[in-house]
Design a protein around this ligand. Structure first.
Ligand code: HEC
Length: 182
């Protein structure tokens, strides 16, 4: 082969190398975009929101009534650690930033004497008590359930955690309220 022929060979090799590099580059571009570093819908507390809809209003909150009987009280107590900065769970415990919570199930809403409830919760309260359903809606997302509430807490998004929390709240009473039927 003369030098002209060798030039063609090298030229072909070089071209092949460029094609390979180019393909690598392209496939990087294609496959990388399909692989986000973090999954979507993650929020600070590490709890996933099932859908944006579920977060916006009461009726879409998954009910817990059927889960209460079998709920894990120890787990509820653990979830309740999120509350104790602002609430007292103990019998005869006083108010903190939030009202005392002993005996909360079936207690009239906004009824602790001497606690400065928000106007929003007082208005919402009219004739209502903290039924399991009310607690479920409120604890899912307080600010959506009672617009304007002064409870500065994001909510408990996981249904099992909410059920455990509510079952634990129920246990904080001399004689716990009856479990819901069914
Ligand atoms: C940052 C403080 C804060 C945290 C954390 C917090 N709360 Fe509250 N909570 C409040 C305040 C303040 C109110 C009064 C709301 C109002 O008047 O609108 C309240 C009200 C309530 C009420 C209504 C009580 C009544 O007498 O009507 C319930 C039930 C409740 N909280 C449960 C909980 C539970 C359960 C947790 C934990 C999962 C929790 N809160 C976490 C501050 C807090």
């Amino acid at each position: 082969m003369d030098s002209f022929e060798w030039n063609k060979v090298f030229g072909a090799l070089l071209a092949a190398a460029f094609v390979v590099m180019g393909l690598n580059f392209l496939s990087d571009g294609i496959y990388h975009s399909g692989n986000p570093e973090k999954p979507g819908f993650e929020i600070a507390g590490g709890e996933a929101i099932a859908s944006t809809n579920a977060a916006s209003s009461g009726p879409t909150v998954e009910p817990v009534a059927s889960l209460l009987a079998a709920a894990d009280l120890a787990k509820g107590e653990k979830v309740g650690k999120k509350c104790v900065a602002c609430h007292n769970f103990a019998e005869g415990g006083g108010n903190k930033v939030g009202p005392a919570l002993y005996g909360i199930v079936d207690r009239p809403i906004a009824s602790v004497d001497g606690f400065g409830y928000s106007g929003a919760l007082k208005t919402y309260a009219e004739g209502k008590t903290w039924t399991y359903a009310e607690l479920n809606g409120f604890l899912f997302k307080p600010k959506a359930h009672v617009k304007g509430t002064s409870m500065g807490f994001a909510g408990i998004k996981k249904t099992a955690d909410r059920a455990a929390m509510i079952a634990y709240l129920r246990s904080l009473a001399a004689s716990p309220a009856p479990l819901p039927e069914g």
